[in-house]
Write a protein that binds this ligand. Structure first.
Ligand code: PGA
Length: 250
């Protein structure tokens, strides 16, 4: 199976001109990394323009968040129909930076439901703020999964991506060792099997937080995940090119 790479540009870059240059570099790197399925989560304001300048079919576009409502009085929000019209097929939901700004498990649940109804692929982020020796991080992630997946029918799980993103590893260069990622991936799958039955075996689990060109192979080969969600490395064209090449060889 091809490795799934979700490039999370976050709130970068500052201008459309820079976004076009970054996208062109990303596209060239993706063309040379055929063993990868690439999704770029660009700021929504650049979506339509970047989608329009891309004629290939191997790169997909994601929004970084969405409203759970389809339209109406929600100042400052973007609906899934609007994001689809602008070119997105995937949407990140519950990123820790959104959770830090007030997103709740209930909010995640509503958005995941809305994304599935709108035929989007939801990328649902879960992850603990810190680790302790007593294993509290497992309970933390289980609570996020129970909340976020409460409205998902088991049959729909094959359309969902879960991104394990330990908050303490985000924006750095040191992810947890692959063994710990593997352990959490198994835990996530077991938790979803407990709530949704065997259909949860079909959910795709990826890893994000300090993913870079040096650690991507270890994560993909030993972490029991089918993809990665790089943030800051995805806006550095040289580093991201190497990351994609290495992910393609896994
Ligand atoms: P990072 O970010 O790769 O910069 O750690 C990942 C994320 O926050 O999604």
């Amino acid at each position: 199976m091809k490795a799934l790479v979700i490039a999370n540009w976050k709130m970068n870059p500052q201008t459309l001109k820079e976004a076009k240059a970054l996208f062109d570099a990303t596209r060239k790197s993706a063309e040379k990394a055929r063993g990868v399925t690439l999704v770029v989560a660009v700021p929504a304001v650049f979506l339509r323009e970047l989608r329009a300048r891309y004629r290939g079919r191997s790169i997909r576009f994601a929004a970084q968040d969405c409203s759970a409502s389809a339209l109406g009085a929600h100042t400052g929000e973007l609906s899934l129909p609007q994001l689809k019209d602008a070119g997105a097929s995937h949407v990140i939901i519950g990123h820790s930076e959104r959770r830090a700004a007030g997103e709740t498990d209930e909010g995640v649940r509503k958005k995941v439901r809305a994304a599935l109804d709108a035929r989007f692929t939801p990328i649902v982020c879960v992850g603990e703020p810190e680790r302790d020796a007593s294993g509290g991080h497992f309970n933390f992630v289980r609570t996020q999964l129970r909340g976020g997946f409460a409205g998902v029918d088991p049959k729909e799980l094959s359309r969902v991506v879960v991104a394990y993103e330990p908050v303490w590893a985000i924006g750095k260069e040191t992810p947890p060792p692959p063994h710990d990622i593997h352990e959490m991936a198994v835990f996530i799958r077991k938790s979803l099997v407990a709530t949704h039955g065997e259909a949860a075996m079909s959910v795709r689990i990826i890893y994000g937080g300090s993913t870079n060109e040096h650690n991507v192979e270890g994560i993909l080969t030993e972490g029991d995940v089918v993809g990665v969600l790089p943030g800051h490395v995805s806006i550095d064209p040289q580093r991201f090119r190497v990351l994609l090449q290495r992910a393609a060889n896994c």
